[in-house]
Design a protein around this ligand. Structure first.
Ligand code: SF4
Length: 366
């Protein structure tokens, strides 16, 4: 097991090193407390800090903490955890290989335990799709299919294909942008296969650690405390329903319920929902108030939650599904879609509709 494997435990070579060493996962979690503690730390840091923390001083513990962390994430099996974990592993790897590539240029002789760009491209099958160039618009050109595969739904406007020069089926990128694409490939590699199916003895052994992660998640209340209203980032189904309400279309009960419950779940009050619906005067304020109060449990014994994708699909309300629906949230829940877009958004995109409205009113009053 080499230091390089411990630094980049998602590499094929690292996985082979673990296999060659004949590591038995059940035995590992029962006997290697250093790997288990570091595995837990990886996940806790991923949730709270967005990275996986400082490496353990022992190469073996550091490398083996990676499979332990994957098992822990699988045991807790919360969508937001899986996403944050994969993103944090990718962010740490990106930080490391960016620093190493910069250092490689200066200290060629110490290359042995470092990755170079070619190693990374080979690792993620990108060599045939990334071409070095001499030009003004970028150091590399990436085949458009590869570009789309690795940037779909992940980044802000500047990464959208319509905002990029495209020539001969290739997109120009500078080196840092190419490394961001590699970071995305790492994220996908880490997320691949999660959640794992974990055998009972291993799950029992890691019970306390899994519980600890649940506590960390609960403390941060990441799962359903959104309270940010940015309609442009809504999932396509909810965007579509909101557009229809605002145009004054008559919505069937299930569709009206879906959009009202979604808006309630993201922290909107009854008054705010009424206001958002009210663009069209014929929308029926009283009925909306009654329905929203009912959904939030004010006028009923139950607090209803927004429907999951499966329910939306069965009612024909899943409309305009996009790459994020399919590749990122796996058609699980519109709230997962929205959380993902909020997390991936640039600061500038996150203008809460309620704040924008009150600023607009202020300007009108002046
Ligand atoms: S897959 Fe889910 S989030 Fe996407 S449009 Fe359909 S219901 Fe909405």
């Amino acid at each position: 097991m080499k230091t390089l494997h411990a630094r980049y435990p998602f590499l094929s070579a690292a996985r082979e090193a673990v296999e060659t060493a004949g590591v038995d996962l059940a035995e590992l979690v029962a006997s290697d407390s250093a790997a288990v503690e570091r595995g837990l730390e990886r996940v806790e840091w991923a949730v709270t800090e967005g990275s996986v923390g400082e490496p353990h001083r022992r190469t073996r513990a550091e490398l083996l903490s990676y499979p332990v962390a994957r098992v822990l994430v699988s045991l807790v099996d919360e969508h937001i955890l899986l996403r944050r974990y994969a993103r944090a592993e990718a962010a740490t790897a990106y930080e490391r290989f960016s620093a190493e590539l910069a250092a490689t240029a200066e200290f060629q002789s110490t290359r042995t335990e470092r990755l170079d760009l070619q190693d990374l491209l080979v690792e993620f099958d990108l060599t045939g799709h990334v071409h070095a160039t001499v030009g003004d618009d970028g150091d590399y050109r990436v085949d458009v299919g590869t570009y789309l595969e690795h940037t779909a739904g992940q980044w802000s406007d500047e990464w959208r294909l319509v905002n990029r020069p495209l020539a001969d089926g290739q997109v120009p990128l500078d080196e840092n942008e190419l490394l961001l694409v590699v970071r995305q490939a790492v994220r996908r590699r880490v997320a691949d296969g999660l959640p794992l199916s974990v055998p009972e003895p291993i799950a029992t052994e890691l019970d306390e650690e899994a519980e600890r992660i649940r506590e960390v998640l609960a403390d941060l209340d990441l799962t359903r405390d959104i309270d940010t209203v940015v309609p442009d980032l809504f999932p396509p189904c909810m965007r579509h329903l909101l557009d229809r309400v605002q145009k004054g279309d008559h919505l069937e009960h299930h569709s009206r319920f879906a959009i009202a419950a979604f808006l309630t779940s993201i922290g909107m009050s009854t008054d705010e929902i009424v206001e958002l619906f009210q663009v069209n005067p014929g929308f029926g304020e009283e009925a909306t108030r009654y329905q929203v109060d009912h959904i939030r449990g004010d006028t009923s014994p139950t607090e209803y939650s927004a429907p999951a994708c499966a329910t939306m699909q069965s009612y024909g309300d899943c409309v305009n599904k996009d790459d994020i629906c399919e590749d990122v949230i796996n058609e699980s829940h519109p709230l997962n879609y929205y959380e993902h877009r909020l997390e991936a958004a640039d600061e500038g995109e996150l203008v809460d509709w309620r704040e924008a409205e009150s600023e607009g009113e202020g300007e009108e009053a002046e």
